[in-house]
Ligand binder design. Structure first.
Ligand code: NAD
Length: 606
């Protein structure tokens, strides 16, 4: 992963800029611009990941790192001067070809200026913006909300106003410089490491106090003038990829609601993370930057993933989508496009519908099922529905060794799984007294051990990668709703629910979410394969047919459970009851467990 690094100084007006280059200069050039309070080293993990395919350039913004400081400071950081700097670096490192620009935080604020001013036209091939809006767009965003202050717009204004507290602080004279060169500068590395869960001591560099003190002028020189008088012509002259972390404490995702107006060729991506993405999600960033840059260079990288995010909303399987479902699909595509998703029990019912939903969002899907043919069919259809890629894995989830081998194979061939859905399960019905020890083993082996094996095999990989992830376990409303008819099944699902809660507590420290899905009665194949304890073969068939009829009459589609899965991951929900009866039982379990106990004594209509 380490690549040879070359350093050079580039003259821009009165300042010298320190730039470093990775990779072969014959490859397309990507310039990564850092934010505040940062230096170019914030990009090192991303640069290293891009260096084998691209010529990657980082530079210290004037007044930062090893670049020189403009004098006087006041006026020395205006966006016009920062544009001079960028063009000087671009001319030095890639005189003959336009460069691909990527900016984080203030690097992105600057990037918007470069990508919208005429004099940079032709020098930039694409722009990836991360955590930094255009001040001009922001100015118009504020003006529109002040001009027509509906309650929702006022709340958006106040929300962003509260997140911008540090901008006001940086406008006070002298104090920020004193704080950064003194106590704040000393504490910042630890504060940052704690807030963003970075490994202590790896970042930032020793120049931080000076960088941060000088960089206060980025705000003072630009924010007020631009927000008061935003440019009316700040239209992007290049394709833009917008990467928005959903947990950014400084910027509301709402800031970008109207962005298509300014950047007609816009691709959106979201991440469940905080602000310092170049440090916390270098793999994901490098993947998205690389894909976007290669697409602009005309390199065929396979079918475009997550096109729902940039094209018109697709028709849902049920016909024309409503605006809200179209918005949901776009949100799924923003979040899951290109992500590696593994679903167990993917050959039928909820698992198949979940695979399809991820496929439609442009994910890479691994369909696991003990029924090889069913898994292959899911894969075929997933490809048709828009999966970036799809593979079938015929594996029995109750087989510990097979699951370990699967995890190792997936890691080698496709990388670490971003979303794991432990969904495979079987039905079992019948009283405790008719349930044999073999029956217990049968249901626990699949429903509980299958989930445990999945979590054990894949969670450690997610933790080791240290880039977050999500685990979804399919429990059931039976997990919290006792029934005299389902002792074994309900016990297996209650265990899955508790396992999910415990795992969620443990993995949250690693940025990994865990969600338990608790459906009620869903119209799938589960009733046709369920085991009825103590029943003769002919009685089995009769009971299966009867319960299948009941589930068909209830007719709750697995696609709705799949939607709940994607939404649950998006919201990092802990427990998601699906179907009205599952939600009602969930409420009752809290408000009146006695009522649920009374209901548990009634024989279900199976
Ligand atoms: P389904 O029978 O339609 O699909 C289950 C799939 O899992 C099948 O393709 C099957 O081959 C596969 N599978 C079973 N055992 C396996 C094993 N050991 N290894 C690998 N694959 C295996 O059922 P479904 O309704 O889609 O069930 C999915 C999950 O949802 C299960 O965990 C089930 O308990 C749960 N659930 C279903 C309902 C419902 O009403 N359908 C309600 C609550 C929870």
């Amino acid at each position: 992963m380490m690549s040879e690094v070359r350093e050079r100084m580039v003259r821009s007006g009165e300042v010298d800029l320190c730039a470093v280059e990775y990779g072969d200069t014959a490859h397309p050039t990507i310039i990564l611009v850092h934010g505040y309070p940062d230096s170019k080293e914030v990009w090192t993990p991303v640069a290293e990941r891009l260096a084998d395919r691209f010529h990657v350039v980082l530079y210290d913004v004037r007044g930062h790192g090893r670049s020189s400081v403009p004098t006087p400071l006041r006026g020395g950081f205006r966006l016009e001067k920062l544009t001079d700097d960028f063009l000087a670096v671009a001319d030095a490192v890639s005189p003959d070809r336009p460069v691909h620009l990527v900016g984080h935080d203030w690097g992105s604020v600057q990037g918007w200026e470069f990508a919208t001013v005429r004099r940079a036209e032709g020098r930039i091939a694409s722009f990836t913006s991360i955590c930094g809006p255009s001040l001009d767009h922001f100015g118009h965003w504020i003006k529109q909300r002040l001009a027509r202050p509906t309650p929702r717009r006022t709340a958006q204004l106040l929300g962003q106003g509260a997140r911008s507290w540090y901008v006001y602080a940086l406008h006070t004279p002298v104090l920020p410089e004193w704080a950064w060169r003194g106590p704040l500068g000393r504490r910042w590395p630890k504060l940052l490491a704690r807030a963003e869960r970075l490994e202590p001591g790896t970042y930032p560099t020793g120049s931080l106090p000076h960088d941060a003190a000088h960089g206060a002028w980025l705000y003072r020189d630009n924010v007020r003038p631009r927000l008061r008088n935003p440019r009316d012509d700040a239209y992007a002259h290049v394709p833009v990829q917008l990467i928005t972390p959903l947990g950014d404490p400084f910027l509301s995702p709402r800031l970008y609601d109207d962005l298509e107006r300014w950047a007609p060729e816009l691709r959106r991506r979201t991440l469940p993370t905080k602000h310092w993405v170049p440090r916390t999600r270098p793999d994901q960033l490098a993947g998205w930057i690389s894909e976007f840059v290669l697409a602009q260079e005309g390199v065929d990288t396979g079918p475009p993933v997550g096109t729902a995010a940039i094209g018109p909303a697709r028709k849902s399987r049920g016909g024309r989508p409503s605006t809200s479902s179209a918005r949901l699909r776009a949100a799924y595509a923003e979040r899951f496009a290109g992500q590696l998703v593994l679903v167990t029990g993917a050959g039928s019912g909820i698992g198949r519908a979940t695979s399809f939903a991820f496929a439609e969002a442009g994910a890479r899907v691994i369909a696991v099922d003990r029924d090889a043919e069913a898994a292959s069919r899911t894969v075929e259809l997933s490809r048709l529905l828009g999966a970036a890629a799809a593979w079938a894995e015929p594996v029995d989830v109750s087989d510990e060794q097979a699951m370990d081998k699967l995890a190792a194979r997936v890691a080698t061939e496709h990388g670490v799984v971003d979303v794991l859905v432990n969904n495979a399960g079987i039905g079992m019905s019948g009283s405790f007294l008719t349930t044999s020890a073999d029956d217990w083993r049968r249901v626990l082996d699949v429903n509980l051990w299958g989930v445990i094996h999945g979590c054990r095999a894949f969670a450690q990989q997610m933790v080791d990668r240290d880039q977050g992830g999500h685990i979804v376990n399919t429990a059931s409303a039976a997990a919290y709703q006792p029934s005299r008819a389902l002792p074994a099944y309900s016990t297996s699902k209650a265990a899955v629910l508790m396992l999910s809660e415990c795992l969620r507590a443990e993995l949250s420290a690693h940025g990994i979410g865990v969600t338990a899905i608790c459906p009620g009665l869903v119209n799938t194949n589960i009733t046709a394969t369920a085991h009825f304890t103590g029943a003769s073969q002919s009685e089995q068939e009769r009971l299966r047919a009867k319960s299948s009829r009941l589930y068909r009459m209830r007719n709750y589609p697995p696609e709705k459970v799949a939607d709940a899965v994607l939404d649950g991951v998006l919201r990092n929900a802990a427990v998601v009851p699906v179907t009205p009866e599952a939600r009602a039982a969930h409420l009752l379990a809290r408000l009146s467990p006695k009522a649920l106990r009374a209901m548990a004594r009634i024989d279900p209509p199976l």
